[in-house]
Design a protein around this ligand. Structure first.
Ligand code: BGC
Length: 719
């Protein structure tokens, strides 16, 4: 009999439920503080995994208790939210989505896994794959943006990066794709609120990233806190057992979100913990994070005859199998037993800097304000986010040290050692204290250039941080207006660096500024990365992974809308529009400027007729007419002209990147697997329909800027 079956055969019910239980441990200066009775639980074999503890030595101590002092010696599983770095932070996930670069997505996950595993961890509650189209929802900061195809590519890269080639390796983490499913569609962008979507939208928009994670071999999946059309995800048998296990073939572990099983009582579908635990286990949840519902509720559920021990065994089997796959039985101390060299850390810091720079989206650069001239002698670096290292970490700072990130001020001081750099915050991020404004304005007069650092505090996005007003908090707007007025009089350019966990709605700011960089929260190397762009060491190349609204009344807003029966027509009142704001966003999905000036021409396809298993080659010439080397990102969209289900106006199917020197041009080639032209038909099953499909290529999701070619879809080659 193998190890897993042998253990199950020897376990008491309490020990089995222990394997299905995860509780939190916290950190303290003197060592780990274990919540409640966890130390005893570890010793008596009734606790199988812990979250929120890190540090090789702390983890080793607890692992030692489990392995040496519990009856069966089953090792513990330690998990943490390692989202975009562990001690060294890369940009927040929404920022990373702006990279449009699978290798970079995988690389930051790989580096994070190495660091976290060196800290003793074996599991990360990442990647977060919730497609989000409403910037009010604070958790959009943790996710992949608005598009399912993009989210699916991020899913694959992240799973590959976190898990490495083999979960058994000392630097591999089990990834947990979360939050399954459709959490990003909470009502009115309010966190934890209800989700009610059509089955079609769930399958077309919210499922694909999870399907991609499963196909990439993700070890675990976390159901969302939320319900889906009345069935909370932690109790959603059709979505967990049905869709995930039976349809997608997922055989890994399903781990609940924090206290989510007990919250089935608040959802109103369970009267007590025994009922809640029954619903969750029947739906397919294997591990109960923090609710204690399995440990306390399942014995009662077994007594009441709701749950059979064989059903519990099924979950224990999956959990033990994961521990085995992670190599924990062979060597429970494998992770955390080697430290990383200074050279490895320096290389990681360099990667964090480059990735942070490349994730920044340049929204405006009037009259080539950027990059800064080498003749700049005196810079005024103003605003509440100019010297705010803690904020640079973003809303989920994981294990990063509080004061170690590089601020904009520090980054500019080291990039421009000979320039005089003046600094004043002017105001705080979110208060109405105007006492510092006069002093900040005084600095403007003497400067060649003003770098104005504005935005949200990191804690204004992330979990439980939805906002109804998506402008700048506090009195930043009036502060900025005063700076613009002063700068205009003295003809000093103002460059805005905007920090946020979402697309902030600040059209007035974009209009007034000479240049704007949307920096998201760039992580540990923030200031260095921003300085690299400002002085032109690198050209900006990030592209917004969300459609950027001009008004909160436009949300939810996204490029993949379906065609309307009354599409907008300026001359026809009874068409789809607002009376008071344009339909168009401020910036389309994929928008982002560079220091180059790119033009696309000569779109051509390898063939004009395809069948489902063909690969279509798409070629386009790209030229750089600008004065600097830069990287252009080219997007590939499709649009079905006539289909049995109303097609979306544009569907993303690919992207390519090309670096070109001034005056250079080259051909970019992208390929499309024609099976990707399938869509969910009338009966919600995938179909490949004959007919014409437009292939659209260009710099962003604005049809007016796209080159178009047409391909014919045929069912068979000979017709
Ligand atoms: C969040 C999850 C997270 C978990 C553990 C929850 O509040 O929704 O995303 O993984 O806490 O920290």
């Amino acid at each position: 009999m193998n190890r897993v079956e042998n253990l199950i055969g020897r376990m008491t019910l309490a020990e089995k439920l222990g394997q299905l239980t995860m509780t939190a441990a916290g950190m303290a200066v003197t060592g780990p503080i274990i919540a409640g009775d966890s130390t005893d639980s570890i010793k008596n074999g009734t606790l199988g995994s812990l979250l929120n503890l890190f540090g090789a030595e702390h983890i080793r101590q607890l692992q030692h208790l489990a392995v040496n002092e519990s009856r069966l010696g089953v090792p513990l599983l330690f998990g943490l939210d390692v989202l975009h770095g562990h001690r060294m932070l890369f940009p927040i996930p929404l920022g990373e989505a702006s990279l449009f670069d699978s290798e970079a997505w995988a690389l930051s996950a790989r580096e994070s896994a190495k660091e976290a595993a060196a800290d003793g961890l074996a599991m990360t509650f990442a990647p977060m794959l919730d497609v989000a189209r409403d910037p009010r929802w604070g958790r959009s900061a943790e996710g992949p943006g608005e598009d399912p195809w993009l989210a699916a590519r991020i899913a694959e890269a992240k799973v590959r990066g976190f898990q490495g080639a083999d979960l058994r390796q000392a630097d591999a983490l089990a990834a947990v794709a979360k939050h399954y499913c459709a959490y990003g569609a909470v009502t009115a962008g309010r966190d934890y609120a209800a989700v009610d979507l059509s089955e079609r939208t769930v399958r077309e928009v919210h499922l694909p990233p999870f399907a991609a994670a499963v196909a990439a071999g993700v070890a675990a999946i976390m159901p969302a806190f939320t319900d889906l059309a009345g069935i909370p995800m932690s109790a959603n048998r059709a979505m967990l057992r049905g869709r995930l296990r039976e349809r997608l073939g997922f055989d890994g572990v399903i781990i609940s979100d924090y206290n989510a099983i007990a919250e089935l009582i608040h959802h109103g579908i369970a009267a007590d913990l025994a009922e809640a635990a029954t619903l969750a286990i029947k739906a397919g949840v294997d591990i109960d994070m923090m609710a204690g519902a399995f440990r306390r509720g399942l014995p009662e559920a077994v007594n009441r005859g709701f749950v059979a021990v064989a059903e519990i065994d099924e979950c224990v089997r999956r959990v033990l199998t994961l521990k085995e796959r992670l190599g924990l039985f062979d060597d429970p101390y494998r992770r955390g037993s080697s430290s990383e060299s200074a050279a490895v850390l320096a290389q990681r810091r360099q990667s964090a800097r480059e990735i942070a720079a490349r994730a920044i989206v340049m929204l405006k650069n009037a009259a080539e304000t950027l990059p800064l001239l080498s003749t700049v002698r005196r810079l005024a670096v103003l605003g509440p986010l100019a010297d705010a290292p803690v904020e640079m970490r973003g809303p989920w700072p994981c294990a990063a040290e509080r004061y170690s990130p590089v601020s904009v001020l520090a980054g500019l001081r080291s990039a421009l050692p000979r320039a005089e750099i003046l600094h004043a915050a002017g105001t705080a991020i979110a208060t109405d204290d105007d006492a510092g404004i006069a002093a900040a304005l005084d600095l403007c007069a003497a400067a060649d250039c003003i770098i104005l650092c504005l935005g949200e505090a990191a804690a204004m996005s992330g979990e439980a941080s939805s906002r109804a007003h998506l402008g700048l908090p506090g009195i930043q707007r009036s502060f900025a207006a005063a700076v613009f007025a002063r700068a205009k009089g003295a003809r000093i350019p103002v460059i805005v660096i905007l920090f946020s966990g979402r697309a902030l709605i600040v059209p007035w700011l974009i209009e007034k500024a000479d240049a704007v960089l949307a920096a998201w929260f760039p992580g540990s190397e923030a200031g260095n990365a921003i300085a690299d762009l400002l002085i032109g060491r690198l050209s900006p190349s990030g592209r917004t992974p969300v459609t950027w609204p001009r008004d909160a009344g436009q949300v939810p807003i996204f490029f993949g809308e379906r065609s309307s029966g009354r599409p907008f027509d300026a001359n026809d009142r009874f068409t789809s529009k607002y009376l008071d704001v344009p339909n168009e966003p401020l910036f389309p999905f994929g928008f982002g400027l560079t220091y180059g000036q790119f033009g696309l021409s000569n779109l051509r396809l390898s063939t004009d007729t395809v069948v489902e298993d063909d690969t279509l080659e798409i070629l386009v010439d790209v030229g750089n007419r600008g004065p600097r080397e830069a990287q252009e990102t080219v997007f590939l969209f499709v649009h079905d002209k006539v289909a049995s289900v109303a097609p979306r106006k544009l569907e993303l199917k690919g992207f390519g990147k090309i670096n070109l020197s001034p005056g250079e041009s080259a051909t970019l080639s992208m390929s499309l697997q024609c099976s990707e032209l399938r869509f969910l038909g009338v009966d919600l099953e995938p179909v490949f329909e004959p007919g014409e499909v437009e292939i659209l290529v260009g710099p962003c999701a604005d049809r007016a800027q796209l080159l178009v070619a047409t391909v014919n879809l045929r069912l068979t080659r000979n017709i």
